[in-house]
Design a protein around this ligand. Structure first.
Ligand code: ZN
Ligand code: ZN
Length: 296
């Protein structure tokens, strides 16, 4: 193995260690079993995979990969649930209301070559979004996401870790084992009908989507323009913010899927204020005007 490959394989292991460590600390209330990452194994996709845990004995496993499956010149990280049983993976992909597969892949999407890779490269929009892969011929089934982060290696790896933890927890939390715990954790902002709050917060609960929203807005409140790091300093405030769902739920079906465009980054104060308003898409804009008026 050439030195560059060796280095990347080592890097994969270290990233897998961080994801496992973070998940172990946050798995309470879910059925996630986290183990010490296995040695990286060759995946046949010009890269390697590492097993970091499972959803229980005989149930889908959790894996982190680094490979060229998506046909991009550099190897990309991939976080996925894996099983030999198709129904087990399909159940994961379709159970969660917060996450759903934006792309499905089957054998027809694979190129005919010694290295397993896609025929056409993955669209930029399909990175950081859940992908369902069912390869019936060899009974390999996956539900995961490809990391599209570019930039400095260290920072990129850190971002992937955050996304991977968010993804695994989103899926694990949508499984029945943890339902009771989720209900308990529910915040209940004042003066709001319970049912509405529950549905609304459910939509804001996807960690993966919320992360994507906050990164898109650079963690800046879209109402008052504040960033937590400007007030509380980098150590405490960096990459802190909340995601708010802007669509009126009364006019959308209960199981409508949340899109990134439905979320806005807000600070905790503005978020509370928004939840005291009319539950209308214009709330963000109206609150913004209000803040500007009273600031003068
Ligand atoms: Zn704000
Ligand atoms: Zn909200």
């Amino acid at each position: 193995m050439n030195p560059k490959d060796k280095k990347e394989r080592r890097w994969l292991f270290e990233v897998a260690l961080s994801v496992a460590h973070e998940l172990r600390a946050r798995r309470v209330g879910t059925s996630l079993l986290i183990r010490r990452p296995t040695r990286p194994y060759s995946t046949g996709t010009d890269g390697w995979g590492v097993v970091i845990g499972s959803l229980g004995k005989g149930r889908p496993g959790l894996e982190i990969w680094l490979d060229r499956f998506t046909r991009l010149p550099n190897r990309k990280f991939y976080a996925t649930f894996y099983s030999r049983k198709e129904p087990a993976i399909r159940a994961l992909a379709f159970r969660s209301k917060a996450l759903w597969p934006v792309r499905k892949l089957t054998f027809d999407d694979l190129a005919d070559s010694a290295i397993v890779k896609m025929k056409k490269k993955l669209h930029p929009k399909e990175f950081n979004e859940p992908v369902l892969e069912n390869y019936r011929k060899n009974r390999r089934h996956f539900f995961g996401f490809y990391d599209g982060t570019t930039g400095l290696a260290e920072k990129a790896a850190q971002r992937f870790c955050q996304s991977a933890v968010a993804f695994f927890l989103d899926v694990a939390n949508s499984l029945p084992a943890s339902k009771a715990k989720i209900a308990k954790r529910q915040v209940d902002p004042q003066n709001e009908p319970k049912k509405w709050v529950k549905a609304h917060l459910g939509r804001e609960r996807s960690r993966l989507l919320a992360l994507a929203c906050k990164r898109r807005d650079h963690y800046k409140c879209q109402v008052c323009d504040m960033t937590f790091s400007a007030i509380y300093g980098k150590d405490l405030g960096e990459e802190f913010a909340e995601a708010h769902h802007i669509k009126p739920l009364s006019r959308t079906p209960v199981n409508a899927k949340t899109k990134l465009d439905d979320l806005e980054t807000v600070c905790s104060n503005c978020h509370r204020m928004l939840h005291c308003m009319d539950n209308d898409p214009s709330d963000v804009k109206r609150l913004r005007t209000l803040v500007r008026k009273f600031r003068k």
